[in-house]
Design a protein around this ligand. Sequence first.
Ligand code: COA
Length: 161
Amino acid sequence: MNRAIYPGSFDPVTLGHLDIIERSLAITDELIVGVLNNKTKNPLFSVEERVNMLKEVTGHLKHVTIQSFDGLLVDFAEQLQAKMIVRGLRAITDFEYELQMSQINHALNSNIDTVFLTTRLQYAYLSSSTVKEIAAMGGDVKKFVPQPVVGKLYEKYGMIR
Ligand code: COA
């Protein structure tokens, strides 16, 4: 069984993330989306909300499960017997950080490798922060996040749409 982890903050999940999740299934038998419970990042959505949104938007996908984690990613991977970490690369600006992360993770645990999927062009400019900024100012985020996330974003900013 080839099991992989797709880790991230997912605050909130975007269509870019969902695209990586769907395409990862071509290279792994089972994908665990690991939601980082990162106390230093001061997220808009609680870890439970982020996990639940991901469950809702991946409900149609077989072989995808959602779990939160804290601590080191390689320890979480080891615990789940996953040998592969999946990350999306949007632009060259992601590369340096991602290269460093993959090398650190490999140095921490040489059984675990990182594979990169390039983001589809239509999502190359997307990030959770930009989506939050647009929603906070009442802009239209339908093109950027899965449908169930749209209302939850406006709700956070006290807007009913
Ligand atoms: N589509 C759209 N947006 C994407 C994307 C895609 N395909 N891929 C990444 N992004 C965005 C995210 O939305 C996020 O945007 P934001 O900064 O505006 O919120 C940004 O790119 C990067 O976020 P994310 O992919 O969630 O990564 P991260 O940097 O928050 O976390 C972890 C990366 C979870 C893998 C990393 O922090 C980790 O492993 N932490 C655990 C501790 C550890 O083991 N550290 C390593 C040893 S020091």
